[in-house]
Design a binder for this molecule. Structure first.
Ligand code: 2HG
Ligand code: ZN
Length: 459
């Protein structure tokens, strides 16, 4: 009975065509890029305006119906999973660039705009939007804000938070708030815009976003180094920051490269293999790049390097790094997205790698990520013969040890992917119980009925 009045109400708001209940849609809208849950939303609703979002949230409050806000569903922590009969509220029809202010250097758009379209709109207007990652062709700006997305250029440009100048949101109570209105300066008490950035849908629905735009960077160059160990990688990072204007400093382990080369038709960077690789992007500077290589030689580090001389070479070197996630997906990896203080990186990888080899064989650990930010992606691959249940049990046991190490070195259990469902059981390794209690109270202030993405981040 509830369903028929509810669905009639939703249809009144968005029209018949934009309320989806067929099995294929429920499957598609109920999942992000995680493999561990079975999608089971009651429906997916696709509003086209802030007013429609507001009306849906108010209706859901009356029906005590949980809402899962949904962007491009490229998340890796289960933040957009709907496995409990929730209503998925997709922003995909709110996909317009609403305004580009070329004097104030900002862009206002619907939350459903694909990240890559923001890059393109910025470029067409003579600017640059620097938050970028492998999934930018399908992720959406609202989801990027809700997860405070990071990606490959954080070392120079910071995370999404750095670029958000304004947000139009509908709170869980159904109020429309225009947060900061795109202003650069606005010291008028608590800045709720900041609370919504990284909130993973638990406070309300992000409907519109105003983003700052950057000056386009000078022409860039990419260099990949083959290195003997992680100490050499960190020596390279220190010197590269002295000599070059870096926009990315990434790394990957040799088995990560092996998976990419096995899956994609790409050329290995060197004739021999190295235990790890550093990928640097920087403002073109051939002399400094050469002197960086000489520096490694002077330090007695046996390294190899390749440098790009064309846009095609830039793309093919980046492909070695950006295709790692895709190359591993068939192995249903258990993903960790850890932040540690930069000086700790070599010992951390050695200790955790050693633990996995000695106590968790045949689990395979693949390391890569944004090492210039202290952000390590650890993917544990499921052995083909194991069933999922055994694999998850082993990974959870392993994660206890890994996350104890993260905690003891002052790191974070989620550098950029968020907590969602996947890391909820481990939140106490990064946040005090007093902090989690405060989060609960903040959520209750914005979402008194507790309908917004319940069960995500904390219970
Ligand atoms: C990346 O840096 C993404 O490529 C995905 O954050 C990381 O697949 C992963 O674990
Ligand atoms: Zn990443």
């Amino acid at each position: 009975m509830r369903d028929s009045t509810l669905f009639a109400g939703l249809t009144d708001i968005v029209g018949n065509r934009h309320l989806l209940t067929d099995p294929e849609s429920l499957q598609r809208f109920g999942l992000d890029r995680t493999d561990f849950w079975t999608p089971k939303p009651c429906a997916a609703v696709l509003p086209a305006s802030v007013d429609e979002v507001r009306d849906i949230v108010r209706l859901a409050n009356r029906h005590r119906l949980a809402i899962v806000p949904s962007g491009g569903r490229t998340g890796l922590s289960g933040g957009a999973v709907a496995a409990n009969g929730e209503l998925v509220l997709s922003l995909q029809r709110m996909d317009s660039i609403l305004e580009v202010d070329t004097v104030g250097r900002s862009l206002r758009c619907g939350a459903g705009v694909v990240t890559g379209h923001v890059h393109q709109a910025a470029r067409e207007n003579g600017f640059y939007f620097p938050v970028d990652f492998a999934s930018s062709g399908s992720s959406q700006i609202g989801g990027n804000v809700a997860t405070n997305a990071g990606g490959i250029r954080v070392i120079r440009y910071g995370m999404m938070r750095h670029w958000v100048q304004g947000l139009k949101v509908v709170t869980g109570a159904g109020d429309v708030l225009d947060l900061n209105r795109g202003l650069i300066k606005n010291n008028t008490g608590l800045d709720f815009r900041q609370l919504f950035i990284g909130s993973e849908g638990i406070l309300g629905v992000i409907c519109e976003v105003t983003l700052g735009l950057a000056e386009p960077p000078p022409p860039g160059q990419v260099m990949v180094f083959g290195l003997p160990d992680y100490d050499a990688l960190m020596a390279l990072l220190g010197e590269a920051r002295r000599q070059l204007t870096l926009s990315a400093f990434e790394f990957f382990s040799d088995n990560a490269l092996g998976h990419v080369l096995a899956r994609f038709d790409l050329k290995a960077p060197f004739s021999q293999r190295y235990p790890c690789y550093g990928l640097l992007e920087f403002d073109r500077n051939d002399d400094a790049a050469l002197s960086l290589f000489r520096y490694l030689q002077e330090q007695g580090i046996r390294a190899d390097a390749v440098i790009s001389h064309s846009d095609e070479q830039v793309a093919s070197l980046w492909a070695l790094r950006e295709n790692i996630t895709e190359s591993l997906s068939a192995r249903q990896p258990w993903k960790q997205d850890i932040a540690v203080p930069i000086p700790v990186v070599p010992d951390f990888i050695r200790d955790v790698g050693g633990l996995i080899e000695s106590e968790y064989s045949p689990l395979e650990a693949v390391w890569f990520g944004h090492v210039g930010d202290g952000n390590l992606h650890l993917n544990i691959l499921k052995p083909a013969t194991w069933d999922m249940e055994d694999f998850v049990a082993q990974c959870r046991r392993l994660m206890m040890s890994v996350l104890e190490k993260v905690q003891s070195c002052g790191g974070s259990i989620s550098a950029e992917h968020g907590v969602g469902l996947l890391k909820k059981p481990f939140l106490q390794y990064s946040r005090e119980s007093a902090e989690v209690e405060l989060m609960r109270r903040v959520k209750a202030a914005f979402d008194p009925a507790g309908i917004m993405n319940p069960g995500k981040v904390f219970d």
